[in-house]
Design a protein around this ligand. Structure first.
Ligand code: NAD
Ligand code: ZN
Length: 366
């Protein structure tokens, strides 16, 4: 097989991320080699199951897996669904010697990861992310979790998988909006860490949008390496990981403002616009670099401005309650130039005066 294998090493565990096409056979072999004789459960999103379930069943037949389809959607990240999965595993005599395979987007990955981390005090899990966002973001770093009425991801664990298989074939069936949802994180990554990668995205725009598998493999592999770099240097979210929040302070507030009816990536894309503007105002980011960032977003079909009807004061209020803000004061990742963020004494996010934030938002409106 010609998949690209990237080893990722977290503090207490090292595992492989395979990136390629038609990887299911490789996945089956990996399990036979590394988890021989274990009972296998596949926790899979319903949509993914409809589209790819038969292929999975055929390729993994020898492992005799138990399929546990889970309703697609954020509401599945709940205590109730976790309990249902656990009961299903116990009913089927799954114990310590079991393996979970999570096949789906970030919802399935977070839910299955949390379940694996507490079942029999922790059983191995292999992630098979099937959305762009899950491949480039949620399957790396080991965060798992569910939602409660008090908020998102409030209960969960940090639990590293035993392997990740990023199979480009899944991306073929992804709706356009979901595909671009993940691309926003990729664009963010290039802006905060790697100008060459930013230029690669600029020059391969058409191929990426047409989902050329070879190019997507490169994009995903590069993105994984960048995120891995950050996560390995800061496994406990002490400091450097803050840079991953570029575009997210405004982005999260905009998502909340829209009652979570916009996809996360679209919030982040607009967050990139506003936070690049803040960087122009308080951090001397050059205007032509800001323009390049806006053009990049435009070329991938994201908005290039903030809707003029957005209530700036409400957004400011929402930013204060962002979980990353300290003492009610929102913080921002600032960029010095494309590929480089500001840091000072091991701090990577900075308080910005409310007036400046409001000014930036107003200036970014259409
Ligand atoms: N753990 C982390 O570090 C981390 C990071 C970012 C986001 N997240 C979490 O990830 C979740 C969002 O993940 P997501 O954007 O992947 O959303 P998702 O899991 O809801 O998937 C989006 C939609 O795409 C469908 N889908 C999945 N794969 C498909 C395929 N191959 N073809 C067609 N349709 C497919 C799903 O059924 C769903 O309807 C959120 O819950 C968020 O909190 C976690
Ligand atoms: Zn994000």
């Amino acid at each position: 097989m010609d998949s690209i294998n990237t080893r990722i090493k977290m503090k207490d565990k090292e595992y492989s991320i395979f990136v390629g096409s038609s990887l299911l056979n490789e996945l089956a072999n990996f399990i036979k080699e590394n988890h021989n004789g274990k009972k296998v459960a596949i926790i899979i999103g319903e949509n993914t199951n409809k589209l790819h379930g038969n292929k999975l069943k055929a390729e993994l037949k020898e492992l005799n897996p138990l399929f546990i389809p889970v309703h697609s959607g954020e509401s599945s990240k709940s205590r109730e669904i976790k309990e249902k999965i656990e009961d299903k595993l116990l009913d089927n005599k799954f114990g310590r010697d079991s393996l979970i395979i999570a096949v789906g987007g970030g919802v399935i990955g977070d839910l299955a990861g949390f379940t694996a981390s507490t079942f029999n005090r922790g059983i191995p899990i292999i992630h098979v992310p099937t959305t762009m966002l899950a491949m480039v973001d949620s399957s790396i770093g080991g965060k798992t979790g569910i939602n409660t009425k008090h908020g998102k991801n409030l209960i969960g664990t940090t639990y590293q998988p035993n392997a990740v298989f990023d199979d480009m074939d899944f991306l073929e069936t992804l709706p356009d909006e979901e595909f671009r949802n993940g691309l926003a994180e990729v664009i963010k990554m290039s802006i905060i860490m790697d100008k060459d990668f930013f230029e690669f995205l600029e020059s391969n725009n058409k191929k990426i949008l047409s989902r050329d598998k070879k190019i997507l493999e490169q994009v995903i592999k590069k993105n994984i390496e960048l995120k891995k770099d950050v996560v390995e240097k800061d496994p406990f979210e002490m400091n450097l990981r803050q840079i991953l929040n570029f575009g997210h302070t405004f982005g999260h507030a905009l998502e909340a403002y829209n009652s979570y009816k916009i996809r996360h990536g679209f919030g982040v894309a607009q967050g990139i616009i506003v936070e690049a503007r803040i960087s122009v105002i308080v951090n001397n980011l050059k205007k032509d670099e800001e323009e390049r960032i806006i053009n990049m977003l435009k070329s991938f079909g994201f908005p290039t401005s903030i809707d003029r009807n957005v209530d700036t004061s409400k957004i400011l209020e929402l930013m204060k309650s962002d979980k990353k803000s300290r003492g009610n004061r929102p913080r921002f990742v600032l960029i010095d130039e494309i590929g480089k963020t500001k840091s000072k004494e091991n701090n990577f996010s900075f308080e910005v005066e409310a007036e400046v934030v409001a000014k930036a938002v107003e200036e970014c409106k259409n």
